[in-house]
Ligand binder design. Structure first.
Ligand SMILES: Cc1cc2nc3c(=O)[nH]c(=O)nc-3n(C[C@H](O)[C@H](O)[C@H](O)COP(=O)(O)OP(=O)(O)OC[C@H]3O[C@@H](n4cnc5c(N)ncnc54)[C@H](O)[C@@H]3O)c2cc1C
Length: 354
């Protein structure tokens, strides 16, 4: 059985490995190199609880918690298979309240999450600073989510590619642009490439923000659109910040070795990959407002990429309306968090239908 996968980001690579683990052969078709786009650019927060802020949806909360729970065993599995440590750390998240209105909102988040059995607490300023001494004195309180975690996305993508290279069932073709789906008698039977056709028992659309640009998709599929995010890497020596901190429209993700990723913007800018003055100013201003000592950290680098967003829809995962075509796209801000769960769901859906 052969499965063609369009796109070699975290969704495409993880789905290929999940299929290989179930004795199917997968070919990942990547127009550039695996991890060329959003997946290596992400901050790597596994923010199952921090990301629920303001949306209090029980279904999302359960899905995110399941996705986060898949990470510890997956990180171990990848390390055992490749020797690569993907930087999985349960560093916890502190979401700061910088005023009374923020505190009331966080109190509602925390009590809702507690009612679902998730570990969360509302800390006063002193208790928050006991966990993270570098926090701004302007914080009046913080929600603490001790089970939220992180990985290092560029290293994750290296590990996925290394695991794929060791698997006799996975092939990654770099520089292979999918020009369209092959559809015959109402069924997707593979893809069209620059140099010919590739026939497959099933095809997975995992082309991130470019998913809607692949010709041949069912008209009913909601469009996936890019939402640009800019990120900044600081180098803090010695490392002082330990927890992930959200606040002032920003997040700060210390890797533990002095690297600190700060982000991010949410912009509808088409596929323009600029890092802008306004973006840098907002990110750095927010980061230093939350953790003043970061003002002395060295600027290291900055980049941007595109979150695949589906307006008003959950991510597109599983079977599509076109027989033979499966979806693993549209994960917006949480594609790293959801990657392993998505890969397993899609692999199970494909093998259940063939
Ligand atoms: C700034 C930023 C910060 C983020 N932070 C986090 C975070 O902290 N936590 C989290 O969980 N998520 C985060 N995300 C979201 C996460 O990165 C994405 O949801 C996830 O990486 C999407 O993975 P993907 O495989 O769908 O897309 P991508 O990684 O973009 O991969 C799609 C691939 O498809 C290829 N492709 C496209 N069209 C074709 C074609 N026609 N033929 C062949 N190949 C094609 C592309 O070259 C690309 O490599 C962040 C995203 C951004 C931009």
């Amino acid at each position: 059985m052969r499965i063609a996968i369009v796109g070699g980001g975290v969704m495409g690579c993880a789905t290929a490995l999940a299929l290989a683990g179930r004795d199917a052969d997968a070919i990942v078709l990547e127009r550039a190199v695996p991890g060329a786009e959003a997946s290596s650019a992400a901050a790597g927060i596994l923010g199952a609880q921090a990301e629920l802020h303001g949306r209090r949806d029980d279904g999302d909360a359960r899905l995110f918690a399941r996705a986060r729970a898949a990470w510890a065993p997956w990180a171990r599995e990848l390390r055992d298979a490749t020797g690569i440590d993907v930087g999985y750390r349960v560093s916890g998240v502190l979401r700061l309240a910088l005023g009374e209105a923020d505190r009331d909102e966080l109190a509602r988040d925390v009590s809702w999450q507690q009612s679902l059995g998730l570990r969360a607490s509302l800390l006063d300023a002193r208790s928050a600073r006991e966990i993270e001494p570098e926090l701004t004195p302007a914080a009046v309180a913080a929600a603490f989510f001790p089970d939220d975690a992180q990985v290092d996305p560029p290293v994750l993508l290296r590990a996925l590619v290394a695991a794929a290279a060791r698997s006799p069932r996975v092939t990654i073709r770099s520089g292979a642009t999918v020009q369209g789906l092959l559809v015959e008698s109402g069924r997707c039977i593979g893809v069209r490439l620059d140099d010919g056709e590739l026939r497959a028992d099933a095809t997975v659309l995992a082309a991130g923000s470019w998913s809607s640009l692949v010709p041949g998709l069912p008209a009913s599929l909601p469009p996936v659109r890019p939402v640009r995010g800019q990120l900044v890497m600081l180098d803090e020596r010695p490392p002082r910040v330990r927890s992930i901190v959200f606040g002032a429209g920003t997040y700060v993700v210390p890797r533990g070795d002095g690297r600190v990723v700060c982000g991010s913007t949410m912009e509808h800018a088409g596929f323009r990959k600029e890092v802008t003055a306004a973006g840098l100013s907002a990110i750095l201003g927010g980061a230093v407002a939350c953790v003043p000592s970061l003002g002395a950290a060295q600027f290291s680098s900055a980049w941007s990429n595109f979150r695949p967003h589906v307006d008003g829809h959950a991510p597109l995962v599983g079977a599509s309306e076109l027989p033979g075509l499966f979806l693993a796209t549209g994960h917006h801000r949480n594609g790293i968090l959801l990657s392993k769960l998505t890969a397993d769901t899609v692999a199970t859906a494909i093998l259940g239908q063939l």
